[in-house]
Structures are given as structure tokens and as C-alpha cells.
Design a binder for this molecule. Structure first.
Ligand code: F0G
Length: 352
């Protein structure tokens, strides 16, 4: 076969696989790093800004990076079924990779708080979807217990293979830029992804493949910001349902990343998230989901702290198509309905 083989094959030397490991892949990874010059101009001072568009993975989010590894290792260990709790993206990725590997996929989701595209994916990929009357944090508690007591493998980011797969995004950044960025801006929910990126940056740095280590800048939605306030949030709330999490699974890891990278964690309001969401789409042509826009919203919020001439990467974790109702509800563009199918009326309505 030709072309990109998927991230396990591409980064085999850095991952816990052997020649006999049955790799389950949808050729994920190798996602584009796109300059966003209009957003960079908001900062000025020679700062360069890129987005890592991980919404272009096979199921539309960065979760595919972790799931190719988690499902591969589950299959290697002889598992017949996997389970996760999810705000949506993990469930879509778990479903796709599990089914491709011939495993059953059980997913617990918070009823009413998963974007439509994600639910559609989980269902069509063939997951067994249980919508619970509770939030993500409660669903995660339950699946951890289920995986302890029954023959089903947990594929949330507590599964160490998830982070192994996800760290390859940091490798890709350095492979393309030739060096680590000065800042890595990233949304945080369970803080698995920020932990994985940091692992990746550290590994390449230790091998001499980069000279710098980035400052890890993590952002949460203001109504769901336990890593910023230091307290569990009992009833997390935000329009960015992907990161509607009050008790992050990788809390301790996140604190280490913060300290080791001299990073900073901040909260962004839903209004700031939506401004960045619209700016990315309307000015750069890049459609991400609201949670992903938190990385850009956070960078803009902290823009006065950015050193002159810095290189910044904002991670866009999920594709905008995941959440069509947010796009329709929060767009500011002029949708005009009920227009008569008449040339003159159309031209007039266009302002000609
Ligand atoms: N962005 C998106 C689009 C996500 O779906 C998630 C997490 C995050 C950011 C945060 O990543 O948890 O590693 O800090 N989504 C999980 C899910 C919770 O179930 O799909 P994190």
C-alpha cells in the first residue's frame, strides 16, 4: 500500500507494539498544520499562529489517535468488548475502531448533552449506546466499575495506550515545524490530551529531535473549569459539551504538566469560545467544534503574555460537522428563508 499508513506504523519505534501486534487502523494522524494569519494579526509583534486540525481524523476528532492504540492493544490481549464514558467524540472513535477490530463497543453518554453528529456516528458504527440520566463524570465512575467487574476493557484516557497514541500529535508538530512551538494551546476536559502532548514533546526532546519544550497552555470552559479553580465542579455547564466535565480523570497528570512545562491553565467563557469559533470559520475557513475553539479563545485571552516572534500552535480537537446545531444556532451570517424563486427578487435580496 502507498501513502500514509496510520500513526502506529508511522511512529512504530515510539509505541508499544511488536511485529505480531494486530494493528487496527483507519490511517489516522498526519493531520494538517494550518497557518491562521488573520488570527495572528490580532496579536501582531511577529507572532506566528498555526492550528493543528485534528478534526480531519477518520472519525473527526483527535480521539482516533488514542483509539487506534487502545483497540489494537485490547485486541492483542484477546478482549472481546470495550467500554467508555463519553461526551461524544470518544464514543464515536471507540465505536469505529472496535467494530473495525471485531470487538463490541459499549458507550455511556450523558443523556441530552452529546452533539448530534457524534451520536449519529456511534449508532451507525454499531456501538451499544446507553444514555444515562447523569453527567459525564457519573458515567465515567460507572464504566470504571463495570470494567473492574466484567470482561470488558476500559478505553477512556485512563487506559495508558490512549495517551501513547495521542502523543504522536506532538511528534507531527515537530516533524513539520522542525522544532517545538513556544506555546501549545489546547482545550482540557479530562486532561488526557494535554498530558499526551507533553509526553510526546518530552520524548522528542530527550532524543534531540527538538531543542525547545513548549509552555503548555490549557483552557477550560468557565462553567466547567475544575483545573483552573482547583475544585471539583458538581454541575459542569458550557455550550462546549465535549468538555463539560467537572472531575477530570487525569487531574494529577495535568498538574504535573502545568508545573514541568511552566504552563498556565485558564478559563474562557462561552461567549469567548463562540467568538473564536466564528472567527476560525468566518475568517480562516476552518470549521471546528465549539470545545476546540477554546484553544484559540484562550490564546487570544492571554495574548499580552505572548513573547514577540513566538510560534504558537492551537489544537483544534474536533471537526465542526460534529455539532451542526451549534453552528446553525450561533452563526451570525445572514440566513434568509422563504425567498420567492424569482431572479429579480433574488438579486434584489442580494443587494443588487
Ligand atoms: N476537545 C474535544 C472536541 C473533545 O471531545 C475533548 C474530550 C476534549 C477537547 C478534551 O480532551 O479530555 O483529553 O482533555 N472529549 C472526551 C469525549 C471527554 O468523551 O469525547 P481531554
Amino acid at each position: 500500500a502507498h501513502g500514509w499508513p496510520g500513526l502506529i506504523e508511522a511512529y512504530r519505534d515510539y509505541l508499544p507494539v511488536t511485529d505480531t501486534t494486530p494493528i487496527v487502523t483507519l490511517h489516522e494522524g498526519n493531520t494538517p498544520l494550518i497557518p491562521v494569519p488573520t488570527i495572528a494579526r490580532e496579536i501582531g509583534r511577529g507572532v506566528e499562529v498555526f492550528v493543528k486540525y485534528d478534526g480531519l481524523n477518520p472519525t473527526g476528532s483527535f480521539k482516533d489517535r488514542g483509539m487506534t492504540m487502545a483497540i489494537t492493544k485490547a485486541k492483542e490481549a484477546g478482549a472481546k468488548a470495550v467500554i467508555c464514558a463519553s461526551t461524544g467524540n470518544t464514543s464515536a472513535a471507540a465505536a469505529a475502531y472496535a467494530r473495525r477490530g471485531g470487538l463490541r463497543a459499549f458507550v455511556l453518554i450523558p443523556d441530552g448533552f452529546v452533539a448530534q453528529g457524534k451520536l449519529a456516528q456511534a449508532l451507525l458504527y454499531g456501538a451499544e449506546v446507553l444514555a444515562i440520566k447523569g453527567n459525564f463524570d457519573r458515567a465515567l465512575e460507572i464504566v470504571r466499575e463495570v470494567a473492574n467487574q466484567y470482561p470488558v476493557t476500559l478505553v477512556n484516557s485512563l487506559n495508558p495506550y490512549r495517551l501513547e497514541g495521542q502523543k504522536t500529535a506532538a511528534f507531527e508538530l515537530i516533524d513539520v515545524l522542525g522544532e517545538a512551538p513556544d506555546w501549545l494551546c489546547i482545550p482540557m476536559g479530562n486532561a488526557g490530551n494535554i498530558s499526551a502532548y507533553w509526553m510526546g514533546f518530552q520524548e522528542y526532546h530527550a532524543k534531540g529531535l527538538s531543542q525547545k519544550l513548549p509552555r503548555m497552555m490549557g483552557f477550560q470552559a468557565a462553567g466547567s473549569a475544575p483545573l483552573v479553580t482547583g475544585e471539583i465542579v458538581q454541575s459542569p455547564d458550557t455550550i462546549a459539551t465535549a468538555i463539560r466535565i467537572g472531575n477530570p480523570a487525569n487531574w494529577q497528570r495535568a498538574l504535573r504538566v502545568h508545573e514541568e512545562s511552566n504552563g498556565a491553565f485558564n478559563a474562557v467563557t462561552d461567549a469567548e469560545i463562540l467568538d473564536a469559533y466564528r472567527m476560525l470559520a468566518g475568517q480562516e475557513g476552518i470549521f471546528c467544534e465549539p470545545a476546540s475553539a477554546a484553544s484559540v479563545a484562550g490564546m487570544l485571552k492571554c495574548k499580552d503574555e505572548i513573547p514577540d516572534g513566538a510560534t504558537i500552535v492551537c489544537v483544534l480537537t474536533g471537526n465542526g460537522l460534529k455539532d451542526p446545531s451549534s453552528a446553525i444556532e450561533f452563526s451570525h451570517t445572514g440566513f434568509k428563508a422563504g425567498i420567492e424563486p424569482d431572479l429579480d427578487i433574488v438579486a434584489h435580496t442580494m443587494g443588487f
